[in-house]
Design a protein around this ligand. Sequence first.
Ligand SMILES: Cc1cc2nc3c(=O)[nH]c(=O)nc-3n(C[C@H](O)[C@H](O)[C@H](O)COP(=O)(O)OP(=O)(O)OC[C@H]3O[C@@H](n4cnc5c(N)ncnc54)[C@H](O)[C@@H]3O)c2cc1C
Length: 426
Amino acid sequence: MSNTPPELVIVGAGPVGNWTGVQHLKRAPDAAVTLYERKPVYSRDHGLTIGRESFMQWSDVGPDNVQFLTEIYNAQANCAVAINPERVTAPDLSGLQGGRFETWRALPKLLDIRNLDFERITRNEVCRLGAKVNIEEVASPEEVMDRHPNCSNFVAADGAHSKMRTALWGKDCLIERDIYPSLDFNYASHGQAGYLRVNTYDKLAHVYAENIGIATNGQSSINLRFIVSPEEYNALPEANFRRPLIVTPDAPFWQGLPTSRWYGRNLQQDFYDLMALRAQHAREEPTDDPIRMTKIMLSKYRAKEFATSVMHKGRKVNWYLVGDAAMGMPFYRSINSGLILGSQLAYLLNANWVPEAARTGVYNYYTRPFRVTREFARGAKTEARIVFYKNVCRPLMYKVAQTPAAPLVRVPANVALKHLKLGKTS
Ligand SMILES: Cc1cc2nc3c(=O)[nH]c(=O)nc-3n(C[C@H](O)[C@H](O)[C@H](O)COP(=O)(O)OP(=O)(O)OC[C@H]3O[C@@H](n4cnc5c(N)ncnc54)[C@H](O)[C@@H]3O)c2cc1C
């Protein structure tokens, strides 16, 4: 006899909530899955980099899945598009039977996709499989448990500031560590801007990452993320997505920023010199729209528990966390981790060999430590590479580049970065 849960309720229909619903419905096509989403239109618009293993680990596979993956890969954008448009072709998945290994082999290692596109495709898929999406904000776990009196499994996929998580576990439920203070500069360029393919270690004092959107309506969005020192970060006034700072050459906030003693340069010089380099080498032609700056503390966090059972009006109800509600990793890993966790949860909820009563325990004491360890180890490795590059290699290369010995140490564009495997960071 199958012990498939008859009902599953997911709070938050972002990419991970949708993905979890898809995975659940692939394993339990008759289940009644309901998602709650507070925003009629998903509002996060940035590039996502997703590794193929994130689609394959613990997920359900089959011919149906090939169609779903084809749609996702057809929407790929960004990085490769901006660098070399002719190299971006969607993989040919036709003829695949949906086997895990053959699908994995047919997929490119990395996919670049806009968050908006990924959310739309996963939303369409979860609806196609029969889920119901209610556009309504859930105020509390009690409210949604009251509305679904027969449901014993609820999933909180409501993002990094998860209300459900706080209500169930309290405010002190996260273990968090700041990694780097950073500043995001966002603006638009006419046409399709590209990625900068010249070295900047001999020109700029800051390490930065570029995220270039695929052009829509004749404009592409540019995101430059600078890693800055704590002094620079603290010298700037508050600036978040809702209230960014508007960047102009004579903006007063530049005045308070220190000059690097090693490089003899400041952030303002670096930002405008980088824009000039991008105009010269990356087909960038900024529009008249304002340049916006936001402060972002890159950090990693995880919830102390990923699942709990609560008594609600005399019945036992299980709550599970997935996606950013469960944990967040910098260096372009969060969505990857979220997808794998969503697939693991769907697998667990449908694993006949795990008794219903043991599922929260398995998710907490088996799934959680493995997922956290895997991601944190990966993150620590990237962090160590960045520290080494930022604090040792780059300053040395900069100094050498100012001496007559410079031609001897000239590094071809991005070679140093490839060795360090810093991905989009330059
Ligand atoms: C600039 C930037 C670049 C990034 N790049 C990458 C990358 O390259 N690779 C990568 O792996 N990750 C990346 N990330 C992280 C990635 O965007 C997130 O990990 C991902 O969006 C998390 O998905 P989610 O569904 O868990 O949460 P979210 O996308 O936050 O979705 C949560 C949803 O829940 C809804 N919601 C919240 N509360 C309620 C409520 N009470 N009731 C109903 N609905 C609610 C919200 O409206 C939202 O739609 C990036 C993030 C940023 C900001």
